[in-house]
Design a protein around this ligand. Sequence first.
Ligand code: NIG
Length: 410
Amino acid sequence: MSQSLLIDHIGELTTNDAETGGRLTDAAVVVADGVIAWVGPAGSAPAADERVDAAGGAVLPGWVDSHTHLVFAGDRTAEFEARMAGEAYAAGGINVTVAATRAASDAELAANLAGLVAEARRGGTTTLETKTGYGLTVADEVRSAQIAGEQVDAVTFLGAHLVPADADPDAYLDLVTGQMLEEVAPHVSAVDVFCEEGAFDRAASERVLAAARARGLATRMHGNQLGHGPGVELAVAHGSLSVDHVGFLSDADVAALAGSWSGWDRAAASGARGTVATVLPACDLSTRVPLAPARRLLDAGVEVAIASNCNPGTSYTSSMAFCVATAVLQMRLTVPEAVRAATLGGAIALGMHEDGWLDPRGVAQPRVGVIAPGARADLQLLDAPAATHLAYRPGMPLTSAVWRAGERVA
Ligand code: NIG
């Protein structure tokens, strides 16, 4: 039996749990065996082996970053500088990272990933998804998935990121939906496709989604990032867990997403789930596209997630606090809405809001994204009295302590 831990004198506790009302003041939390054991008023907290005095700081769930691309090598500073000087983002830049990633050793890729994971942990992120997609050969996609699986909570196969510069488009689509999918499948829990002009069109994207489903894998989608396209429509039609970017939406797209949530109890986060709309504010800023219409999506009844999209091309930051601040200041979410989207919203996008999801080692895990008895003990303490300070004091490093599965990780 591991040591139990009491965190008390919490100024404001965000639980995302309907049973405790979502937000508590003067609260305490007890953690034991890697999960939350008790939540309630500080005055009635049970004793524990160890105690942390939160000194009036806010506590909230660790961030659940549901969209990243962390297995890569190389640098794209020059491309970023050109963009800031007025050039538009073009998906072709992905090939630069593909060349550098293929040339890197396993140890180099693992070390770069470890550095990024550590950076994310210091910023309060306790659950990380990452994608393959910078290998784009069978061997490079398999090793990317294996390296990722050693360090993150969920690995997504993104062989359909781009047709590599050295490949024939039809032959590559056959490979991605055939041998590559077969060999990567044992190492991933979902399949993604970049459905965009210049990447994969409607027919190709449908083939990728259908092949993934036939292989028993969940799907997600990069959709409507650089212009309007069929991404959202396809993601909803195929029951994808999430469609990410969602910058350019028609009324029909919003209605389709909202319709997918008709059997869902949002307060209890239970029922028949739909397709999460994942917004990526740091990417929108870095590529200078309009910010995704998160307010409109929430008002329509869509479950929204906020993720960092950390990658070397379009969003080289793992700061979920920055994304939350941007969502509040620029996308017009309230602080509770943004915090939910960056924690429970991400968990729903990954299918981790219920107990028993399997990590990359095949081990069943407790739910994440909430602070409630039985959930994985993933928490962050802020050096501020309320979560509102994340947007009120944007850019300040407010996260002062982070626990993942009950262990202090930052
Ligand atoms: O989510 N859109 C496709 N994939 C990444 C960008 C990858 C890159 O440019 O390296 C994204 O923005």
